[in-house]
Design a protein around this ligand. Structure first.
Ligand code: ADP
Ligand code: MG
Length: 411
């Protein structure tokens, strides 16, 4: 049995309609068999596609039916397909094989799936282009596939059955607002009104829910709700159209501004370190030691602030027991941070420099270093270092470049 699932967080609210729909498409309940098909969870960013795919895989019935295994890969905007294929190969065989190129990795995996004659459920999260998806579809002909994407084109080109993940039902949406409170509130009406106001979008509901939880520890819940509504009045939150990205982004930004205001005013927290996280490449899992180097603070301070940001639902952070902890920033919040970094004229060269120094001082060559060292060096304009490591091809094969870096003449 091979599983590689994200743990569901404590405040996850089940979406029954969408879960039933996935069960109908991917399970033959009567015979207790998997249905070999491709299903796409389709919807805008921040509406819960990823968490929903994982919550489906956690259902006991699903795990029983897919007893051969559930495998997950995450692609994102600029995926390293070879790396993901390699990971998949490792999951299937336990073997850390190196491949010459993407084509070879695909061939080995194809043969392996063929030889194993098992029906896996392959979850392919966050697909932005059909070409990125193609190798995974080719290798897994005998498997069921569950993909998540924002793009209708990806869903139709892959001939997927579409399950829409859009605004939540009112009851479920309002539950996200109160799920983290110590007790279920007696009167749910104000929560429903607030959920409506936030267009029933899970990401915004989580931001607001986190504020309510914090505030209700210091004052009556009614007051916390009132104050938060006033804050949303002040900043002019409007019900928005999820299909207009600009509209959606501007309302998301306003909600993040409100969370930041609570952090600054109520919690007396300097939020510059949070904004500085915008220099971390989008989609990266950042080792806590790198965050501490970026902030020029010790690990104790760094962990404390990361927990606080996590409690406000602004970052994902799970302290590791034995292994190093990682921080992850969701794309919509990352977009907000990069924009603010620009406005606030932070010296991003200096911030990248700090990270590059920290990566150079590492003894081992971990995944973050392999993937992102080159990018930080470019952003820090450290051309001498780049020339030195140009000899080391492994950095170049896995290093990703940002668009603006690629346009730079010196590069
Ligand atoms: N059903 C839910 N219950 C609780 N939180 C949710 C739910 N759906 C989404 N969220 C939260 O909303 C945010 C966006 O969800 P995510 O699955 O990353 O969206 P997407 O993959 O569509 O961009 C995350 O912080 C996630 O934890
Ligand atoms: Mg996602």
């Amino acid at each position: 049995m091979t599983y590689m699932l994200n743990k569901l967080d404590d405040f996850y609210v089940e979406r029954s309609k969408e879960l039933n729909s996935l069960c109908n498409h991917l399970l033959d309940i009567e015979k207790g068999n998997p249905l070999r098909t491709t299903v796409a969870l389709l919807g805008p960013g921040g509406y819960g596609k990823t968490i929903h795919a994982h919550s489906f895989c956690h259902i006991k019935k699903v795990r029983n039916i897919y007893c051969d295994g559930i495998l997950c890969v995450e692609l994102g905007l600029n995926p390293n397909i070879e790396e993901q294929l390699k990971k998949l190969y490792h999951l299937l065989t336990g073997d850390d094989r190196k491949f010459l190129n993407e084509g070879e990795a695909e061939q080995y995996l194809s043969d392996k799936f063929e030889e194993l004659k098992k029906t896996y459920l392959l979850v392919i999260d966050d697909v932005w282009k059909y070409e990125h998806l193609e190798p995974f579809l080719r290798i897994s002909r005998n498997c069921s596939r569950l993909i998540t994407t924002r793009l209708l084109d990806v869903a139709t080109q892959s001939k997927s059955t579409i399950v829409n993940v859009e605004e939540m039902g009112l009851e479920e949406a309002s539950k996200i607002l109160w799920a983290s409170l110590d007790e279920k509130p007696v009167n749910l009406k104000p929560f429903e009104r607030l959920a409506e106001r936030l267009s029933r979008m899970p990401l915004l509901l989580r931001l607001a829910g986190a504020i309510l939880r914090k505030e209700s520890l210091n004052c009556p819940l009614d007051k916390a709700l009132n104050d938060l509504n006033k804050e949303f009045d002040r900043i002019g939150i409007k019900i928005f159209n999820k299909n207009t990205e600009e509209h959606l982004n501007s309302e998301v930004a306003k909600c993040i501004d409100v969370s930041i205001k609570y952090l600054m005013v109520e919690e007396k927290q300097d939020i510059r370190p949070f904004i500085q996280l915008g220099v971390i490449p989008n989609g990266a899992e950042i080792p806590i030691s790198i965050v501490s180097a970026l902030w020029q603070k010790d690990i104790h301070f760094t962990e404390k602030l990361c927990k606080k940001l996590r409690d406000f639902s602004l970052i994902k952070y799970q302290p590791g027991d034995q292994t190093e902890s990682f921080v992850f920033i969701q794309k919509i919040i990352h977009d907000y941070l990069t924009k603010r970094l620009g406005f606030e004229e932070e010296d991003t060269m200096k911030l990248n420099d700090r990270i590059a120094d920290a990566l150079f001082s590492q003894q081992n060559e971990d995944e973050y270093k392999m993937k992102y060292l080159l990018e930080h060096l470019i952003e820090a304009h450290r051309w001498d270092n780049i020339r030195e490591i140009f000899g080391n091809i492994s950095f170049l094969r896995t290093g990703k470049l940002r668009k603006n870096s690629c346009n730079s003449n010196e590069t």
